[in-house]
Design a protein around this ligand. Structure first.
Ligand code: SF4
Length: 226
């Protein structure tokens, strides 16, 4: 096992994904796999973060960056949909799935700077800056690790004008989550499964609108999300 935390994270995620995907049958199995990936990232972050490092400022109530496209894997969409099925009344789910799908279709070809300029926030962020799927938010969201929300807001304003400034981040948190999501995507593709990234809205809508999609996905079907 490598002594480098990022390489070790990649090795551990690849090993976990290979064994878990070989026996995965339903969304419960996918939730266990994804939970294992989150744990690996947290463990490597705790082991590799230099003592005395400032803690990231990201947390509930700050959705400053939730106006960019969130590349999300099928596994993440399936687990987010399962969370919503638990938290949202069943009668509201078809409308929610349709709303998320319409949002996805509207942002599919937009660049981040276009979404920022149009103030097109993620549909999971509420007016108070809380995320409706916080417990199951994608690795892309977990990678965001700003040390100062004011820097995020300034950079987003500047990105809308094509000249984004720098945002100081917890570099290891970002690198570990990015490594984990790419490794997971590669593990899916290696098993002949759909390893594409799509916005969190469309990925979640697909599984929310079709509870049978997990079975089809695990059988190798390409997801109906473009
Ligand atoms: S899924 Fe949650 S954390 Fe991620 S962009 Fe949307 S509101 Fe923000």
């Amino acid at each position: 096992m490598s002594s480098d935390p990022i390489a070790r994270c990649e090795e551990r995620v690849a090993s976990l994904a290979a064994s878990s995907l070989a026996r995965a049958r339903d969304e419960g199995d996918l939730a266990v796999l994804l939970g294992g990936v989150w744990t690996i990232v947290e463990e490597e972050l705790a082991a590799g973060r230099p003592a005395g490092s400032p803690a990231p400022a990201c947390g509930p109530g700050c959705a400053a960056c939730c106006t960019v496209n969130v590349g999300t894997l099928a596994i993440e969409g399936a687990v987010a949909a399962a969370l919503l099925r638990r938290d949202v009344p069943a009668i509201e789910l078809p409308t929610l799935a349709a709303t998320l799908r319409a949002f996805h279709d509207g942002v599919r070809w937009l660049e981040d700077r276009e979404r920022i300029a149009g103030r097109i926030a993620c549909p999971f962020a509420d007016a108070a800056g809380r995320c409706a799927i916080h417990a199951a938010r994608p690795l892309a969201c977990r990678s965001i690790s700003s040390l100062d929300p004011a820097e995020c807001r300034r950079a987003l304003r500047e990105l809308a004008d094509d000249e984004p400034g720098l945002v100081r981040m917890d570099w290891l948190q970002k690198a570990l989550n990015d490594a984990a999501r790419v490794t997971l995507s590669e593990a899916l593709a290696a098993r002949g499964l759909d390893g594409r990234f799509r916005d969190v809205s469309g990925m979640t809508a697909a599984f929310l609108g079709d509870p049978g999609l997990v079975t089809a996905f695990l059988a190798g079907r390409r997801l109906p999300v473009e």
